[in-house]
Design a protein around this ligand. Structure first.
Ligand SMILES: Nc1ncnc2c1ncn2[C@@H]1O[C@H](COP(=O)(O)OP(=O)(O)OP(=O)(O)O)[C@@H](O)[C@H]1O
Ligand SMILES: [Mg+2]
Length: 324
């Protein structure tokens, strides 16, 4: 293998101070003495320091080959996805991208193999699209009525027709990464509270890394895609209502709970997609969002025989919350 090596070291360091004349003269005398004693002049490459440096750099190269997952080859958004996943790769949280799981409205989710720093076999990386970071004025996200929040969950007030038309690209990127941070922080909080949700591992400007729900062959279906066994429907519903209550106790409402944002796997229901989470202290229409989340989970499991009074539960949760 031919490589161009620029080897750092005192021998070619321009900042290195030139030794005093006396020192140089001593070294010269030493070399002459070594030559007289039959000691061969050491070549540059065989210098122990150089050898060690060469060994270390090639070991490093072997261990961290450039990240170029086959699964991203030929994708139009390949470079974009790669730029966010590379940071997870460099932190040794993932080792490869195995496949795309699903492309949603705002983001694409990929199944990745876990690395030593995560200790997980499979991980899910949710990468937001570039579209989300582009100019606000023609952004479908706003037309779809997405609520924009800053890092602490406060709703960002929109001007004019609801759209700050001249947000700079940088400002825009900051806004988007703030709400992704908020999504991540909410999922972390939920996980710590014992809410059934994929364990979150890391976040970059445009992506989240979390536990993958499913196995090597199958991704966990969304509640919308399955028939729930009548024997477990009530337990699932009770568990979901508990999760809603736990979150509320920590000042969070999921805000977009539906059969599309609940995964079912091995008899458990997992909440995902905290992108619309709300902190009721910030004066949004929190009570209505709570009531909607409750009503939707009750409706989702009603066809399988689970029963609960959505109105009464939402009222009880809200009053208990207000009373601290
Ligand atoms: N941790 C996970 N494990 C397995 N699959 C996941 C995971 N997270 C997300 N998914 C899959 O990716 C889909 C999209 O994820 P998510 O809902 O977070 O993004 P989204 O952009 O809001 O998508 P959508 O517009 O479909 O709601 C989910 O419906 C689910 O099928
Ligand atoms: Mg979703």
């Amino acid at each position: 293998m031919t490589r161009n090596l620029i080897i750092p070291g005192p021998w070619d360091d321009p900042d290195d101070e030139t030794p005093a004349y006396g020192t140089r003269f001593k070294a010269h005398k030493q070399r002459k003495a070594q030559a007289r004693a039959g000691v061969a002049k050491q070549s540059f490459e065989s210098n122990a320091d150089v050898q060690r440096w060469l060994r270390e750099s090639s070991e490093g190269e072997g261990a961290r080959a450039p990240f170029a997952p086959d699964a991203l080859v030929g994708r139009r958004d390949g470079p974009w996805v790669l730029s966010s996943l590379t940071s997870f790769y460099e932190q040794e949280l993932i080792t490869d991208v195995l496949r795309e799981v699903k492309s949603g409205k705002e983001a694409t989710v990929f199944c990745c193999s876990g690395g030593p720093a995560s200790g997980a076999e499979l991980l899910a990386a949710k990468i937001y699209r570039p579209r989300m970071f582009r100019s606000l004025s023609n952004d479908a996200v706003y037309r779809e009525g997405r609520t924009v929040r800053n890092e602490s969950g406060k709703q960002v007030k929109l001007t004019g027709k609801g759209i700050p038309s001249r947000a700079s690209a940088k400002g825009r990127a900051f806004q988007v990464s703030s709400w992704i941070s908020y999504e991540y922080a909410t999922q972390e909080l939920a996980y710590r509270l014992g809410v059934r949700t994929p364990r979150p591992y890391a976040q970059t400007g445009n992506g989240l890394l979390m536990a993958y729900i499913g196995d090597a062959h199958t991704v966990a279906p969304r509640l919308a895609e399955i028939e729930v066994d009548r024997g477990v429907a009530q337990d699932l519903l009770d568990g979901l209502l508990e999760d809603i209550e736990r979150l509320l106790g920590a000042h969070r409402i999921h805000g977009d709970l539906s059969v599309y944002n609940i995964l079912a796997w091995e008899g458990q229901a997992y909440l995902i997609d905290f992108a619309q989470a709300v902190d009721p202290r910030h004066g949004d229409d929190a009570r209505a969002l709570l009531a909607r989340d409750v009503a939707r989970v009750v409706a989702a499991l009603a066809p399988f025989g689970a029963r609960a009074d959505a109105h009464a539960i939402a009222d009880r949760l809200w009053w208990a919350y207000l009373q601290g």
